[in-house]
Design a protein around this ligand. Structure first.
Ligand SMILES: [Fe+2]
Ligand SMILES: [Fe+2]
Length: 282
């Protein structure tokens, strides 16, 4: 049974559409050293709703600018290309995530909030531990549970077995998924990220976010996402039915050289994230 579902899921991933045309063009331009802020703003401005969301994101407290950003080209100059890429990416993925993920006990929009929360928390932690690519941490946090969206569409009757097993044995879903299906949302999510051409460190962070000790290419990035996920679950952000069953792994804290007090402080700093997300997505 597991193999049959796996084949169908792999086909679904193969057929997944790329990002929206506008996001694709904007992302391409951010990679092109010859492109200017004006070129990119021209592309983004084709879509007024998208423009409004880029500005809202640029004006969010998380980017911490004292004055109000009112034009896209200004936002790009201030935010920088790397951040702009994250913003475009987050906004593009919103439609993909904005579904009910019933199998996981998540209402419509919950997984999206959890994902943006985890992206912002990853960014926060990356800054604190001086991880060299803060925006990469944002992207990995944003995508870490993407496998749940795909899995939710396919697991049909198996989902009740997964829920039952998780409940009766107190297992985290990822574990119960693996026992029932032979794979879990981390495996599926990493395949989606590969299909979308994310780099191998991001793919690894998605594949190992519940088991950070498995990471070999960039254990720090995986540990950041693992801790960010824990913080979001502690804050009750998109918690679903299995939220409290994921323990915080000590290895991740050791690797990042964070102690429990610092984690408490991070949870405290991340507390505003919930409010921030509502504002960005309003
Ligand atoms: Fe997860
Ligand atoms: Fe998560």
């Amino acid at each position: 049974m597991g193999r049959d579902i796996e084949q169908r899921i792999l086909k679904e991933i193969k057929d997944l559409p790329p990002f929206s045309a506008i996001a694709n063009r904007a992302l391409k331009l951010t990679k092109d050293p010859r492109s200017s802020a004006i070129d990119i703003s021209r592309v983004i401005s084709y879509d007024p709703a998208f423009t409004a969301r880029v500005l809202r994101m640029a004006n969010s407290a998380y980017y911490g600018f004292a004055r109000k950003v009112t034009t896209v080209s200004e936002a790009i100059v201030i935010l920088g290309y790397e951040t702009l890429k994250s913003v475009v990416l987050a906004l593009t993925l919103q439609n993909f995530y904005d579904k009910e993920v019933r199998g996981y006990g998540l209402e419509r929009g919950d997984l999206w909030k959890h994902s943006v929360g985890c992206a912002l928390a990853s960014r926060l932690i990356a800054g604190q531990v001086k991880y060299p690519s803060i925006e990469e941490a944002f992207v990995a946090g944003l995508l870490h549970d993407v496998g749940k969206v795909i899995l939710n569409q396919f697991v049909g009757e198996e989902i009740s077995k997964i829920i039952e097993l998780s409940g009766s044995e107190g297992l985290p879903f990822a574990e119960a998924e693996k026992r029932v299906l032979g794979f879990d949302h981390q495996d599926i999510g990493s395949k989606v990220a590969e299909k979308w051409n994310f780099n191998e460190k991001v793919v690894e962070a998605i594949r190992s976010h519940h088991k950070p000790d498995r990471a070999k290419k960039d254990p720090e990035l995986t540990a950041i996402v693992h801790v960010a996920d824990f913080i979001c679950l502690s804050l009750g952000l998109g918690i679903g039915s299995d939220g409290m069953l994921y323990p915080l792994k000590k290895e991740a804290l050791d690797l990042l050289k964070l102690d429990e007090l610092e984690i408490d402080n991070l949870i405290f700093s991340a507390y505003n994230i919930t409010e921030e997300i509502e504002k960005i997505l309003a």
